[in-house]
Design a protein around this ligand. Structure first.
Ligand code: CP
Length: 341
């Protein structure tokens, strides 16, 4: 049983919890643990995993880390055998949300040694995503560390796994030519993954180019944070609407669909239409030929073949998507080691 100790907690829900030094230290820790894995560094630890949304990689990789490290994990799917949770303050709870996070979170914290939470964007606005209400409610009411498994604003474990993959392939990330390109999709998707890639790559000192059509700008607060990290880490970030120019000479091509900026003023129907109106943005082998000869292709998965990314790219030797997924395990092992030890 976990009881409050009064010690400061090592939460990791956003890249700012680590900062530039912390990101690079965590990647080094992941490499050390991968080289000499300890079979019991999580012995006796129980991770409570709270899912408001589905998952394949995140759920399995966190469970694998805990169980292979000598600990255990318990999975709660909110609304599926678990009470629906209310996270708004001051509401009369006369709807279908039967339990408030004010009780649920401290209760879970008494049973578990850390809580991991997945709570996607509600799609209201970029400012609403910035508030990150659900995961911040967990931080507020938990007496044990809280880890993000993707929230409205960020998916830090994905960004860290992406940077570990970059280090694996190129030896270092400082000065690496990296292009993040928007890709089409059947529906507007949250921005947590591109936000986290931007923040992690900036903290890792990459020379980062972001290409997207007008109207899908990444949130201003995330761009400002990435620019601060790039300055500190000695890298750079630039933005443009010319995908071909951004791909020229890139060593990493990272593709991701994301929805319109709420500043664009697009209606939901217009936003959906925008997603499919630009099929030429879908990365194909011709796009990759613009990149460096040793370039790799990255995507967080899941991916819709021949909608978001050409199947020929995913099946090519340049694709690193499965390595990225494996690296979720390694960075999360390092993260839990940092949290507990
Ligand atoms: N990349 C990622 O987070 O995958 P899942 O949604 O399957 O967990």
């Amino acid at each position: 049983m976990s009881v409050p100790t009064g010690r400061p907690l090592r939460h990791c829900t956003h890249i700012r919890d680590l900062g530039v030094a912390g990101v690079n230290e965590l990647l080094a820790r992941a490499e050390r643990l991968r080289a000499a894995p300890s079979r019991d560094h999580l012995s006796g630890r129980l991770l409570g995993m709270v899912f408001f949304n589905p998952s394949l990689r995140t759920r399995t990789s966190f469970e694998a880390v805990m169980k292979r490290g000598g600990g255990d994990a318990t999975v709660l799917e909110v609304g599926n055998g678990v009470w629906k949770l209310e996270d708004r303050d001051g509401v009369t709870m006369d709807g279908d949300r039967a339990e408030h996070v004010r009780e649920a979170v401290p209760v879970l914290a008494r049973y578990c040694d850390a809580l991991a939470v997945r709570a996607f964007s509600a799609g209201v606005s970029d400012l609403d995503d910035d508030l990150d209400r659900t995961i911040n409610a967990f931080r507020r009411f938990s007496t044990v560390p809280v880890i993000s498994m993707e929230s409205a604003r960020e998916h830090p474990c994905q960004g860290l796994a992406d940077m570990l993959t970059a280090r694996d392939r190129f030896g270092a990330t400082k000065g690496l030519a990296v292009t993040l390109t928007w890709a089409p999709h059947i529906k507007p998707l949250p921005k947590a993954v591109p936000n986290s890639f931007l923040l992690s790559a900036a903290a890792a000192g990459c020379e980062l180019r972001v290409a997207h059509p007008p109207g899908v700008e990444l949130p201003a607060s995330v761009r400002a944070e990435a620019e601060a990290y790039a300055r500190e880490a000695g890298g750079s970030v630039s933005y443009g609407h010319d995908q071909n120019a951004a791909l020229e000479g890139a060593q990493i091509v990272y593709a991701k669909a994301w929805g319109p900026s709420t500043e664009s003023g697009l209606s939901p129907d217009e936003a959906r239409e925008l997603q499919m109106r630009l099929p030429a943005w879908m990365p194909t082998p011709a796009h990759l030929r613009r990149a460096a000869r040793d370039a790799i292709f990255m995507h967080c998965l899941p991916v819709r073949r021949d909608v978001e990314v050409a199947a020929a790219v995913l099946d090519s030797v340049q694709s690193a998507v499965v390595d990225e997924a494996e690296n979720r395990f390694h960075v999360q092992r390092a993260l839990l080691d940092w949290v507990f030890n």
